[in-house]
Design a protein around this ligand. Structure first.
Ligand SMILES: Cc1cc2nc3c(=O)[nH]c(=O)nc-3n(C[C@H](O)[C@H](O)[C@H](O)COP(=O)(O)OP(=O)(O)OC[C@H]3O[C@@H](n4cnc5c(N)ncnc54)[C@H](O)[C@@H]3O)c2cc1C
Length: 250
């Protein structure tokens, strides 16, 4: 099978810790995807000879298929996130995708109320869903929530406003403690409780970002009555369950 390649056609440094990259397919063909899906980029080879393949959610709208955008956080010791900012325009990268069966499922979301909740860098898939064709006539019955640390400057509110300028629905932003803080999960659960206090239990849910938080929110939503099959979840980091006990809202 021939290699699938993307060509970098634009990059923009939007904060000290993040960049938006625009890619098109190197052969000039369209890149069709569904909002909320992601691509896997091959960023190169590490010092042990291992291929650096990393997933990135597509930030731009699925109504545009000639190119697409991703936003990547620069992590101090991150392998891919250190290589990507050094790419020259015109560079070609091997990729696979689009991936994300749940977001791509034409039967999701089902009719009813939807909750799209992201923590930290998970905001990229939240944006992709809000901009998607499938949510365009569902925004009135959708609540979007972004849990971030106060200091996080991955995507500023100004940048988010610009990106979502065509959309009537803007995420409700709540501050949560830093990733290492032991009160992070309980704080996220309290926020979920406060949001759901004002509305019905969501029929459809999409969760993205910190896996440690998402697993607890998903359990809570299932306990409250959302069907497990209607909850999509993408852990961007903390992908493995840790051993700390589960917390419940009681
Ligand atoms: C479906 C999916 C979609 C994703 N979409 C995005 C996206 O849109 N934008 C984006 O920047 N990243 C996204 N990620 C994360 C991305 O795939 C990489 O894990 C990230 O860029 C770090 O890769 P790296 O090689 O630079 O770091 P690595 O060398 O792999 O190591 C970095 C360490 O930091 C942790 N880490 C990863 N992300 C974060 C974070 N946000 N905050 C704190 N620690 C973190 C990793 O778990 C790892 O322990 C996504 C992940 C998945 C699974």
């Amino acid at each position: 099978m021939s290699q699938k390649l993307l060509k970098l056609i634009h990059k923009e440094n939007i904060s000290e810790y993040s960049d938006i990259y625009t890619f098109e397919r190197a052969d000039g063909s369209l890149f069709e995807f569904v909002g909320g899906q992601y691509v896997i980029l091959n960023a190169g080879i590490d010092k042990d000879g291992k291929v650096i393949k990393r997933a990135y959610s597509i930030l731009s709208s699925d109504s545009k298929a000639d190119s697409f955008q991703i936003c990547v956080k620069r992590l101090e010791t991150g392998k891919a996130s250190s290589i990507l900012p050094t790419l020259e325009l015109g560079s070609e990268l091997e990729y696979s995708g689009p991936w994300g069966k749940f977001a791509g499922d034409p039967t999701w979301p089902s009719p009813g109320f939807s909750l799209i909740l992201a923590t930290d860098t998970g905001i990229t898939s939240l944006v992709g869903l809000l901009l998607s064709k499938k949510f365009s006539n569902r925004l009135d019955s959708t609540i979007a929530v972004w849990l971030k640390t106060k200091e996080e400057d991955f995507l500023s509110e100004n940048e988010l406003t610009k990106t979502l300028s065509e959309v009537s629905n803007f995420p409700n932003i709540f501050h949560i403690p830093p990733i290492s803080d032991q009160n992070r999960i309980s704080s996220a659960l309290e926020i979920l409780k406060s949001i759901l206090g004002d509305c019905t239990v969501p029929e459809n849910v999409f969760l993205s970002g910190d896996g440690n938080i998402l697993r607890e929110l998903r359990s809570e939503l299932i306990r409250l009555g959302t069907l497990e099959s209607k909850i999509g979840m993408e852990a961007f980091f903390n992908t493995q369950r840790n051993t700390s006990p589960a917390i419940s809202l009681g």
